[in-house]
Design a binder for this molecule. Structure first.
Ligand code: PLP
Length: 372
């Protein structure tokens, strides 16, 4: 909207009252995926066996939807405390997805003059939520290989004294697991909170959860989304009780609904199924990586997550993305006009059949690029 050319009274009121930085935003875009093989959103491609679905439905039948849920989801929290091996004396808080926990935490520290710091690229919600909360977002570019730039991070910490540092470990969108020594240096130098976001823990084989004992200003974030329960919306924040007691005041009382509480508790009672699915995804990631690396013209980056970042031949990223979609496979176009993500695309590891369909689409797309 510009000038005084409002079309309706509502638009005029919007222009006056909605914060300009919100008006300037584009809404979070979820692309149309009907009839496409969906490899864009880091979802687990596997469903539960039919008998487990029946058992789950029987549990749901006993839920009292007329009652409010347990506001602190005590049973589920205790289960997750054990399952995620949170140190005994640390606390756990649940969110409606880890997105909500990022939001709650950010709200709890928010002041207009304060800063949130993260590497770039990183999970897009760090930037969005910081902006919603009215704070400044400062980024430190990753190195060419998507490793953490330790010196630049330390300089930025000293210069901006951020209230929160977000580090996705492994990093989304690169899949890179940062060097643990670099990460420790950042934690040790940070004046405020450091959130290590372990959304891809099931595929990473590394964690900072035990380090909660060493660093009182460290928080570890996990989610059930990438483990196969994206539809439930359940995130987990672990850390010192002194922090969580405060942050918990910002949480709305019934943020995890009763269906999510009961379903998560049920699913985690069938942990073996989720673990077998994660193992299959890790195995197929290796196959996919190998097959992609054998294709001429693309650069494939090593991944410790359930997706693979790759770079198309110069100038071909967006076109290759479109060709893969035209062939029936939806991946993620990350192309940006800077050296780090130029021509970069990201594919989520699917079932072996889906991965095969993607590889064929990629091969055909690359041949077209080379020919044209
Ligand atoms: C997907 C993702 C999340 C969001 O998880 P939800 O629990 O579904 O909100 C958080 N952090 C990172 C790094 C992610 O990639």
């Amino acid at each position: 909207m510009k000038g005084a050319a409002w079309h309706t009274p509502a638009e005029a009121a919007v222009a006056r009252w909605i914060r300009p930085e919100i008006q300037a935003l584009e809404a979070y875009h979820v692309p149309e995926s009907t009839d496409l093989i969906k490899l864009d959103a880091m979802e687990n491609p596997y469903a539960w066996p039919p008998d487990v679905v029946e058992e789950w439905l029987a549990v749901l039948r006993r839920v009292s939807l007329n009652r409010y849920p347990d506001p602190s989801a005590k049973r589920l929290r205790e289960r997750l405390h054990r399952l995620f091996e949170v140190p005994e004396d640390k606390a756990v808080m649940l969110g409606n997805g880890s997105d909500e926990l990022i939001q709650i935490l950010t709200m709890a520290v928010s002041r207009p003059e304060r800063t949130v710091l993260a590497p770039d690229p990183a999970f897009s919600m760090y930037r969005m939520i910081t902006l919603f909360s009215g704070m400044h977002y400062v980024t430190v570019p990753l190195r060419d290989d998507f490793g953490l730039d330790r010196e630049a991070m330390l300089r930025a910490l000293a210069e901006h004294e951020p209230a929160i540092v977000f580090i996705d470990y492994p990093n989304n969108p690169s899949g890179r697991l940062f060097d643990a020594g670099d990460l420790r240096a950042v934690i040790e130098a940070a004046p405020g909170l450091v959130v290590v976001d372990e959304a891809y823990h099931s595929f990473a084989g590394a964690t900072f959860m035990p380090q909660l004992r060493d660093y009182p200003h460290l928080l570890v974030l996990r989610t059930l989304s990438k483990m196969g329960l994206a539809g439930l919306r359940l995130g987990i924040l672990a850390g010192d009780r002194a922090w969580l007691d405060q942050v918990n005041k910002v949480r709305l009382p019934y943020n995890v609904n009763v269906l999510a509480q009961v379903s998560a508790d049920f699913a985690l009672g069938h942990q073996a199924i989720l673990e077998a699915q994660a193992a299959a995804i890790r195995r197929d990631r290796a196959h996919l990586q190998e097959a992609m690396a054998a294709l001429p013209g693309i650069t494939v980056y090593p991944s410790r997550a359930n997706f693979i970042l790759f770079r198309a031949p110069p100038g071909q990223g967006p076109a290759l993305f479109e060709q893969i979609r035209a062939a029936g496979v939806l991946i993620k176009n990350l192309h940006r006009d800077d050296a780090l993500l130029r021509d970069c695309l990201r594919v989520t590891v699917g079932t072996p059949e889906e991965n095969q369909a993607f590889l064929e689409a990629l091969r055909a797309g690359l041949a077209t690029c080379a020919g044209g």
